[in-house]
Each structure stands twice: as structure tokens, then as C-alpha cells.
Design a protein around this ligand. Structure first.
Ligand code: FDA
Length: 303
């Protein structure tokens, strides 16, 4: 409930414009957010991406944007992603771009998202860049998977995120394993009813392990996207962290653990974001793990 309240505060337009107009609050909150986002502009994202790549990490970069039903806004977001792909291409950054389909048209209609994704996939393919589609609320899962499957037939450089907590995911994986794109496995961030998803539990962790095992067995390109140290330790013991698998974590979350894993020679990827919607992103990070509030405040007062 607290986390849902925090998310609605973040979406409140009055609060948003109050922060944007405040000369004191805006820079202070942005400083706090910078523990979790690279900054407001593409240059900020590229700069931190380059620093991480030079330290031996892979990166995935996302332009954060509001979920939009306005076609013009979707086109703007798609163009922003095109610009990002072109910039990364010009720097020979053969890495990953991540996006939500609802930012590029899914909420207008799936056909719009599909044609925008095709355009992005083609550009990314030319530059040797991977595009990873995020997974959103369960009401959108069918549409997201449909758009992914259509694109994946033409562009193997497009991958998909699967939420281990959804009951339907065991069936989806059986099907998706026959498509070439990378599968990013996450536990699931959205609040869903119990007939649709299971909550955090030992049972969910076991399911997560099962799904990763299924992907590793057939040597499918896999992203193990979790910050759960105990789960990662278990996967190391079971030798799931093969050359075709990577461990992917959000920027600013458990960097100590990711550094340690990189030092041990595993493929490690950092998921970076940039954009003006950083306040919503910051609230999401605090909502999912309230201890992040202390980290953000410490960042705020750090000289
Ligand atoms: P879980 O929440 O079970 O926590 C286990 C332990 O991990 C905690 O006890 C703590 O030690 C550590 N931990 C977890 N979160 C932390 C945090 N925020 N700060 C500090 N420590 C933390 N979800 C989704 O629904 N759709 C999507 O497309 C994506 N995409 C995505 C990409 C990537 C690269 C990542 C890492 C995650 C996502 N997610 C996502 C979010 C995902 O579903 C999940 O909500 C979070 O990763 C938290 O779950 P964990 O598996 O990390 O651990």
C-alpha cells in the first residue's frame, strides 16, 4: 500500500510541477536521483555507459518516459530512441537499448508499437545493437508478446523480458524458447492479484531457478536480472552462469555485488536510465525497496 501511495505521489501532476518550479527542491531531488539514474540527457547516459564499459561491464541504456496514449508523444519517444541508437552506433557501442512498448505506442494501439519497434529494430540491427523489451502489467502481456514475436521473426537482435511471478510464464517460456531473441528473466515488479501472479516467496525463487535452468539447458541467450545475492549464489553453484548468460542489475543497486561477480569473470551488465522523468523512476526504486530512501538521501547530502 505504501509503495502504491508513493507511485501515485510520483504521478501527481501538481507535485511534479511544484518540484520542477522549485529552485531549491529540484536540484536537491535530482542529486538524490542520480544514485539511480545517469541524468536528464542522452549525453549523461552515454558518459556513464562509457565509464562502465571501460571497467569491463556490458550496459543496457533506457530513455525513461511516461506511459503515453498520445500519438505525437509516442513518435517523440521513438525518435529519441532512434537518436540514442544512432549515437551509440557512431561510437561503436555494440551494447543494449531497453524500452517499454507503452512508451512507443502500445497504449495508442499495438499496431503503432509494432511499426515503431520495427523501425528501431532495423536501425539497431545495422549498428549491432540489441533491443530489449521490458514487460509491463499483466493486462498488457499478450499484446507485448505478440509485438515481440512479429518483430523477432525479422530481427534476432530483439529480446524480451519475462516475469517469473506470472502463472502464465511457464507456458510463455516454452513458446519463446523457439524465438531467437534474448530472454531477460525478472521476478516481476507489478502488483497483481493472486490468480495471476505469486508474491515474493521461496516458491517464486524456485520457479525463477527452474526457468533459468530451462533456458540454460538449450543454451538460449539469457539475462539473469536480479539483485538477489542468495539466488545468484545458488545459480553459481549449479553452474547456470555460462558464457551465454549474463547477470544484469539496475544502476545504483548492489554495485558491490556486481563488481564482485565481474571480478570473478562472469558477464555482468548494468541497466542505465536517463531522461526527465527521473522523479517517477526514483519513487519506483524507493517503493520497491524502502531502504533506497536512505541511499538517495545520503547521495543528496554528499558534497
Ligand atoms: P527481490 O525483490 O526478491 O529481493 C531480493 C534481495 O535483493 C533483497 O532482499 C535485497 O537484498 C536485494 N534487492 C532487491 N531489490 C533491491 C533494491 N531495489 N535495492 C537494493 N537491494 C535490492 N520488472 C518487471 O516487471 N518488468 C521488467 O521489464 C523489469 N525489468 C528489469 C530489468 C532489470 C535489469 C532488473 C534488474 C529488474 C527489472 N525488473 C523488471 C524489476 C524486477 O521484476 C524486480 O522487481 C526487481 O529486480 C527486484 O527483484 P529482485 O529479483 O532483484 O529481488
Amino acid at each position: 500500500q505504501v509503495s502504491e501511495a508513493l507511485k501515485s505521489i510520483a504521478r501527481n501532476q501538481h507535485i511534479k510541477s511544484y518540484i520542477q518550479q522549485s529552485n531549491e527542491l529540484y536540484p536537491l531531488l535530482l542529486k538524490a536521483a542520480k544514485r539511480f539514474i545517469t541524468g536528464e540527457s542522452r549525453i549523461d547516459g552515454i558518459k556513464i555507459a562509457n565509464e562502465l564499459i571501460s571497467k569491463g561491464y556490458f550496459i543496457s541504456l533506457e530513455y525513461i518516459w511516461e506511459n503515453t496514449t498520445d500519438l505525437k508523444e509516442c513518435i517523440k519517444a521513438k525518435d529519441q530512441f532512434l537518436g540514442l541508437i544512432e549515437k551509440m552506433g557512431s561510437l561503436s557501442m555494440n551494447q543494449t537499448v531497453s524500452l517499454d512498448l507503452s512508451h512507443i505506442g502500445l497504449s495508442v494501439n499495438p499496431g503503432t508499437a509494432s511499426s515503431h519497434l520495427l523501425e528501431l529494430a532495423q536501425k539497431a540491427y545495422q549498428h549491432g545493437i540489441t533491443l530489449m523489451i521490458s514487460m509491463e502489467e499483466s493486462a498488457k502481456t499478450d499484446d507485448i508478446l505478440d509485438v515481440y514475436k512479429k518483430t523477432s521473426k525479422h530481427y534476432p537482435n530483439v529480446g524480451i523480458t519475462i516475469q517469473a511471478n506470472l502463472h502464465r510464464s511457464s507456458h510463455d517460456i516454452q513458446e519463446l524458447i523457439h524465438y531467437p531473441g534474448k530472454i531477460r528473466m525478472v521476478k516481476g515488479a507489478y502488483q497483481e492479484s493472486s490468480d495471476i501472479a505469486m508474491s515474493r516467496s521461496k516458491e517464486l525463487n524456485n520457479r525463477y531457478l527452474d526457468f533459468i535452468e530451462q533456458l540454460i539447458e538449450v543454451n538460449h541467450p539469457t539475462s539473469i536480472a536480479t539483485h538477489d545475492e542468495i539466488l545468484i549464489q545458488e545459480m553459481r553453484q549449479r553452474q547456470y552462469l555460462t558464457h551465454n548468460a549474463e547477470i544484469e542489475m539496475l544502476y545504483g543497486i548492489r554495485p558491490d555485488l556486481l563488481k564482485d561477480l565481474r571480478g570473478k569473470g562472469y558477464n555482468c551488465k548494468v541497466y542505465l536510465t536517463y531522461g526527465q522523468e527521473w522523479f517517477l523512476y526514483l519513487c519506483h526504486r524507493i517503493a520497491e525497496y524502502p531502504e533506497n530512501l536512505y541511499i538517495a538521501v545520503a547521495n543528496m547530502i554528499d558534497p
